[in-house]
Design a protein around this ligand. Sequence first.
Ligand SMILES: C[S@@+](CC[C@H](N)C(=O)[O-])C[C@H]1O[C@@H](n2cnc3c(N)ncnc32)[C@H](O)[C@@H]1O
Length: 209
Amino acid sequence: MVPENRFKTEQEAFWAGEFGNEYVSRNQGQRLVAGNLALFSKILSASERVGSVIEFGANVGLNLIALKQLLPDAEFSAIEINANASSELEKLGYVKVYRQSILEFESKENYDLALIKGVLIHIHPDMLPEVYDRLYQASARYICLVEYYNPTPVSVPYRGHSERLYKRDFAGEMLDRFPDLKLASYGFSYHRDRNFPQDDLTWFLLEKK
Ligand SMILES: C[S@@+](CC[C@H](N)C(=O)[O-])C[C@H]1O[C@@H](n2cnc3c(N)ncnc32)[C@H](O)[C@@H]1O
């Protein structure tokens, strides 16, 4: 597939287009929000005074809905490339939405928490350093990565597509790239958890020191 001209990578066109629209229809509902409430209450217990959050690649806001419950006074922003998902985010009423690619996003503000969940795994590996820089620039204090881990970089088939899903040690690469980042906490959410399953996600909370 040739990338649409307005994007730098095929992976961006993939999420902006039909596959992304279908993802929006497939991934909705209170059960997913409940899982995110359990996940983020764990992650946030290692943080303090989070008053603003930006999510990179927020889709319809299932993480932000959970975070709004846990941080009712915080301000929320999101970057999202898919137009249908962005429209759903805007409907929430408390999220400032940047309808664009992360690879185009220039942060004008700093946020206490910069979050990315299930998105680094879909970025073309050559572009990862750029995304790491944008996450770092957007963060005033914390960066949270929730992704699929593998000790070495691998590409795995994704719903019948190749070159659309990658696993690696994203957090380790950020810790190497930015010496003032420290590991505040980390954990794993198992798909067979009896109460709050997630998709075998590893999470890392990094803090600027
Ligand atoms: C697997 S979904 C994860 C959604 C959400 N973070 C969650 O945890 O429920 C990936 C999301 O990232 C978005 N996305 C992928 N690449 C992007 C890019 N380059 N810029 C902005 N959003 C992107 C997709 O449109 C989609 O909403």
